[in-house]
Design a protein around this ligand. Structure first.
Ligand code: SAH
Length: 454
């Protein structure tokens, strides 16, 4: 069926915004033809200019807002929308929370699965929350700059105040930027895979205030590294670890395989729910500590553990959920793909005097099958996969072990709904409301906990 778009590029139209996409774009329809418009909110009427026309949809840009939504807040800074740092900053926080709750409902409705979703648990202060930053370093008009990429591009927009990050991290990035300028370190040049410094990663313990700086370089050699380290240590007394990570390849992957500790330790420490955690440069650690405590506390409550229970924590990272649950359960098994994270998890068990845990490095898919074949009978299985969700074979292994409950911590409702469908077909049902916990205020990311029972 061939159809011609009812809109023309560069023409302007007055439209009503009727919906908000999962990426936070306003949706308008002209003759049923959808137009996606950045910075436009449902209930608004805007004059927009069409900037791109595709076969089945178009993109538009707001020229003027004719009728404002009651949920609109004035933009803090345009750069946050341009770069995607805070794509929902123009939406009132309450409305963001409802948007996320509703988005989960929609993803389940699409698959004709009936679920209830409780109101999203939000933050009192929904900004300055991130405990980690990964900042590209590039040359702009002859000057080394730190900032963020413009959306859908690799053009750097220089930024000093990142709004959603711990302000101490923002300050540290400016300090490191100035030190890199002082020693004339060449910024990475993507087009020719040249230059030295690609990214600066900063992590800061929310409770410990220990800071780690990772300098990600293309080259093995970081000129003036001794002076750089001395200057950073002098300027930032919280820094407990400075690491150089070498990533020689032309790739979008942030970090390479090789880490060199330039000063201090290879890890920093932080606490969550009263447990201590050592965190390596390559290990995953939730970015919003205040909300993470709520998330893990809830996950543990929803697991409804007794002192006789055996638990599997798949995708366990540095063992955060495992150790929280080990305080209640008889035994917890964790599996994780990043070897450094597994080393951290083992250390973390030790420093917290927890000995009823066992951590394995490997693919969750393989290890789950192995545990199943070995006859392990867990009472509860926790899964906390990356955005792509679970593999069908992993779900089969889980079901074969017949746990009483599966606690699914998800950072992507679309794959969550897809996976729940598979669980449903194999006898596991969602019998209580799904609980979203907002880990990523001002952005479109959605974290939630779902409990499946047999
Ligand atoms: N539960 C942890 C980590 C969750 S993030 C926490 O909350 O801190 C997801 C984790 O899964 C990451 O640590 C990632 O390294 C790991 N991972 C990704 N793919 C995996 C796979 N196929 N098998 C095992 N672990 C995997």
């Amino acid at each position: 069926m061939k159809r011609t778009a009812p809109v023309l590029k560069n023409e302007t139209y007055d439209v009503d915004i009727t919906d908000l996409t999962y990426q936070g774009m306003g949706v308008a329809k002209i003759d049923d033809f959808p137009i996606f418009i950045e910075d436009a909110l449902p209930t608004e009427n805007v004059t927009m200019k069409v900037i791109k026309v595709k076969k089945n949809f178009a993109f538009g840009k707001v020229i003027k807002i004719n009728q404002k939504s009651a949920d609109r807040v004035e933009l803090v800074d345009k750069a946050y929308t341009q770069t995607g740092i805070a794509p929902l900053q123009h939406l009132k926080y309450d409305a963001q929370l409802e948007f996320k709750r509703h988005q989960i409902e929609e993803d389940f409705n699409k698959l004709k699965i009936d679920v209830q979703v409780d109101p999203t648990i939000g933050m009192d202060k929904p900004y300055e929350y991130r405990n980690k930053a990964q900042i590209p370093v590039r040359l702009i008009n002859g000057k080394l700059q730190t900032g963020f990429y413009r959306k859908h591009s690799h053009d750097l927009v220089p930024i000093e105040d990142f709004y959603i990050q711990d302000p101490e991290i923002d300050k540290a990035i400016v300090v490191v930027r100035d030190i890199l300028r002082k020693y004339r370190i060449k910024p990475y040049d993507e087009r020719v895979n040249g230059g030295v410094i690609r990214n600066v990663m900063v992590r800061r313990g929310h409770y410990s205030h220990e800071m780690m700086i990772v300098l990600i370089t293309r080259t093995e050699k970081l000129p003036s590294n001794k002076e750089i380290v001395t200057d950073i240590t002098k300027a930032l007394p919280e820094v407990k670890s400075i690491v150089q990570n070498v990533n020689p390849k032309k790739t979008n992957a942030l970090m390479g395989k090789e880490n060199k500790v330039l000063a201090g330790q290879s890890t920093i420490e932080d606490t969550l729910l009263g447990l201590k955690f050592e965190i390596s440069a390559n290990s995953f650690y939730q970015v919003n500590p205040v909300q993470t405590e709520k998330l893990y506390d809830l996950a543990t409550k929803k697991a409804d553990l007794t002192a006789d229970d055996t638990v599997i924590d798949a995708y366990c990272g540095i063992g955060t959920i495992s150790l929280s649950m080990a305080r209640v359960a008889k035994k917890v098994y964790g599996v994780e793909i990043v070897p450094e994270a597994v080393e951290d998890a083992k250390k973390n068990a030790k420093i917290n005097d927890i000995d009823n845990v066992e951590f394995v490095a490997g693919y969750a898919e393989d290890q789950m099958a192995k545990w199943q074949e070995d006859g392990l009978k867990p009472d509860v299985i926790v899964v906390d996969p990356p955005r792509k969700g679970l593999d069908g074979t992993l779900i089969e292994s889980v079901v074969k072990m017949q746990p009483k409950r599966v606690v699914y911590v998800s950072c992507n409702p679309a794959t969550l709904a897809r996976d729940v469908k598979l669980f449903n077909e194999q006898g596991y049902q969602v019998n209580q409301p799904i609980q979203p916990v907002d880990q990523f205020p001002q952005t479109v990311h959605i974290e939630s906990i779902t409990v499946l029972t047999r």
